[in-house]
Design a protein around this ligand. Sequence first.
Ligand SMILES: Cc1cc2nc3c(=O)[nH]c(=O)nc-3n(C[C@H](O)[C@H](O)[C@H](O)COP(=O)(O)OP(=O)(O)OC[C@H]3O[C@@H](n4cnc5c(N)ncnc54)[C@H](O)[C@@H]3O)c2cc1C
Length: 363
Amino acid sequence: MSDYLIVGGGVMGLLTAYELAKTDASVTLVEMRASGRESSWAGGGILSPLYPWRYARSVTQLALWSQARYPELARELLDLTGTDPEYRESGLMILDAEERDLALAWGERYQVPVELLDRTRLAAAEPNLALRLDNAIWLPGVAQIRNPRLTSALRAAIDHKVTLRENEEVLDILAEDGRVRGVRTTKGELAAKQVVVCAGAWTAQLLERIGVAPRIRPVRGQMMLFHTKPEQIAHVMLYRDRYIIPRQDGRVLIGGTLEEAGFSKGTTSTAKDVLYRFAVELYPELQRASVEDHWAGLRPGSPDGIPYIGPYPGIDGLFVNAGHFRNGLVTGPASARLISDLMLQREPIVPPEPYALDAERGS
Ligand SMILES: Cc1cc2nc3c(=O)[nH]c(=O)nc-3n(C[C@H](O)[C@H](O)[C@H](O)COP(=O)(O)OP(=O)(O)OC[C@H]3O[C@@H](n4cnc5c(N)ncnc54)[C@H](O)[C@@H]3O)c2cc1C
């Protein structure tokens, strides 16, 4: 019997395991495939919501807490495992300057540095950018993380403390007299005192089997990867909801589409064209770079992008930490800490009400 059993080994399950394993309790993580290979692998790793002023306070709170924690977390993981998640404060340049007033007011409200750059400063900051614009919104403190490395480092960090059961699907949550008693998997029954579902886009599918499920649905995102010389692009660039993320080694990610395609992770030539044209419009030099890869992942979409973090009503000992939509990397550390606080009955880092499963969301 485990004290805590986690369903799902994406960034949310791994971070939750990392948090819970700091106690003396026994922790088991069950993952239907390999850990860190779904949305958490497919994502871009921008450590800020895109256009952060468009989000509810509840999302901002999780993002701000996580942003403050990330430098220390990245260092901790590097020391523990030797894997560098490549946390880098490369700043976020938003080329949609028509939102400047909203951006500046948001920055003031949350004490986040936000600047408006003019044409000269923009050209100096990003000399290879071909678009000639009068203004850009500049968030110098925004960082990025190399998400596949983050999940590998987390997996290595929990290795000796957590029982990791991969290639084992959780088929059902087991409950008796209003209390959770474990899960049934493709390999048998596993008993646990508390269970937390971190199953990303698949969360609703699993919870529907026991009753009301949170409104989480898969939202496909396609990404493209170029390989070019390092330092051609200095900052994370965002324009008309598409973005460019330069990695340290010269790889450049282009993202991301938003598609309702059920659980299909197929890629399309239309999306590839759109992403390619976007990239070379901003940086014509990329025409000379090779396209290394093109893939799709399933975001755990939720109404207003507000995640479900809290107890499952009516079944004691059952919890959910899922539905982080476009912001699972940037809100991950705070979400894992919050769910652990609730499971361990500690003072929560932020008021938990907005994330409750029965809290009002969307329309
Ligand atoms: C294209 C794209 C770009 C993105 N860019 C960013 C970004 O720049 N910044 C940011 O913050 N976020 C970004 N995101 C969002 C972010 O990736 C997600 O919010 C986050 O990864 C969700 O993590 P998760 O652990 O909940 O889900 P996942 O990583 O999908 O993990 C869920 C895990 O649960 C497992 N599972 C499901 N059902 C079961 C079951 N029944 N039994 C056992 N295991 C099960 C799955 O196999 C999977 O491994 C992006 C996402 C995409 C797709």
